[in-house]
Design a protein around this ligand. Structure first.
Ligand code: IPE
Ligand code: IPE
Ligand code: MG
Length: 244
C-alpha cells in the first residue's frame, strides 16, 4: 500500500519546494565541454533530488526545466534540450512510476513538438494515481505567459457570462493558472549564484522563502537539500502579521 507523505508531517513543515535548476552551462564550461554536456549532467541529478525530497517528506517538488525565454538560445542548444526532454521522459517514466511519483507539467505546450507532448501526456496518465510525491516539471514555462493565458481564459468566462467581473478576486485568478491544483511553494531554491527569479512562479511565490545558493545544478545533492530544509524550519514566516 502507498502511504501519503501526509502521514508523517516532516519537522521542517515544508510542503512545496520549487527549484530553479540553473548552472548547467557553467558546469560544462568549467570542464571545457559543450553546454549540452552540462544539461545531461543536470538531468541526471533529478532522480536523486526527487528521492531526497520524498525521504524528507516533501509533498510537492516543482522544477524549472525550460523557460519561455530559453528559446532565445542557439538552435543547437534548444534542439539538444528538446531531445534531452524526450529521452529523459521516455527513459525515466517507469522508474518514476515505480517510485510512486505523480508527474505533472506546467507551461505552454503550444510550441513543443508532438512527440514530446505525447510523452508528457503518457507520463501524466501513467502516474496520475500516485501519491508519494508530486513532481511538477515546468517546461516552456514563464510566469508572465502563464498569467496572460490565465487572464485570457478568465476573460472568456466573463464574456460567456460564466463569471461576473465583480466576483474576480485573489481566489479566482489562481484557478486559471497552470498550477491550479498545487499549493503555493513554501521554499524556492535557485542554484548557481544568480539572485533572480527569471519569470518563475511569480504569483504563487508572493510569500515564499528564497534560497540562492552558489552550487551549480549538476553538483546539487540530497544532503544540500536537507540542509536547506533544516534552515527553512528555523525561519519565521509572518505573512505580513507581527510575530506570534
Ligand atoms: C539551466 O542551466 C538550464 C536551462 C536554463 C535550460 P543554464 O543552461 O542556464 O546554465 P548557465 O546559467 O548557462 O550556467
Ligand atoms: C532560468 O534560468 C530558467 C531555468 C532554469 C529553466 P536561465 O539561465 O534561463 O535564467 P537567466 O537567463 O539567467 O535569467
Ligand atoms: Mg542559466
Amino acid at each position: 500500500m502507498q502511504h501519503s507523505a501526509l502521514d508523517n508531517a516532516p519537522p521542517h513543515g515544508l510542503k512545496h519546494v520549487a527549484i530553479i535548476m540553473d548552472g548547467n552551462g557553467r558546469w560544462a564550461q568549467a570542464r571545457h565541454r559543450p553546454r549540452l554536456y552540462g544539461h545531461h549532467a543536470g538531468a541526471k541529478r533529478v532522480r536523486e533530488i526527487v528521492q531526497a525530497s520524498k525521504d524528507l517528506g516533501i509533498e510537492y517538488l516543482t522544477i524549472f526545466a525550460f523557460s519561455t525565454e530559453n528559446w532565445k538560445r542557439t538552435q543547437v542548444e534548444v534542439a539538444g534540450l528538446m531531445n534531452l526532454f524526450r529521452r529523459y521522459i521516455a527513459k525515466e517514466m517507469r522508474a518514476l512510476h515505480d517510485e510512486h511519483v505523480r508527474v505533472r507539467f506546467i507551461g505552454d505546450r503550444v510550441r513543443l513538438d508532438a512527440k514530446l507532448i505525447a510523452l508528457m501526456d503518457e507520463v501524466e496518465a501513467l502516474t496520475r494515481h500516485n501519491t508519494q510525491i508530486n513532481l511538477t516539471i515546468a517546461l516552456n514555462y514563464g510566469a508572465r505567459d502563464e498569467v496572460a493565458r490565465a487572464t485570457r481564459l478568465l476573460a472568456a468566462d466573463v464574456a460567456s457570462g460564466k463569471l461576473c467581473p465583480d466576483d474576480v478576486d485573489e481566489e479566482t485568478l489562481p484557478r486559471y493558472l497552470d498550477t491550479r491544483v498545487l499549493p503555493d511553494p513554501d521554499l524556492v531554491i535557485r542554484t548557481s549564484g544568480e539572485a533572480r527569479i527569471s519569470n518563475f512562479l511569480l504569483w504563487q511565490s508572493a510569500y515564499a522563502e528564497y534560497e540562492f545558493i552558489d552550487t551549480l545544478w549538476p553538483d546539487f545533492t540530497g544532503d544540500e537539500l536537507a540542509r536547506l530544509c533544516k534552515g527553512y524550519g528555523a525561519r519565521e514566516r509572518r505573512f505580513g502579521a507581527t510575530s506570534a
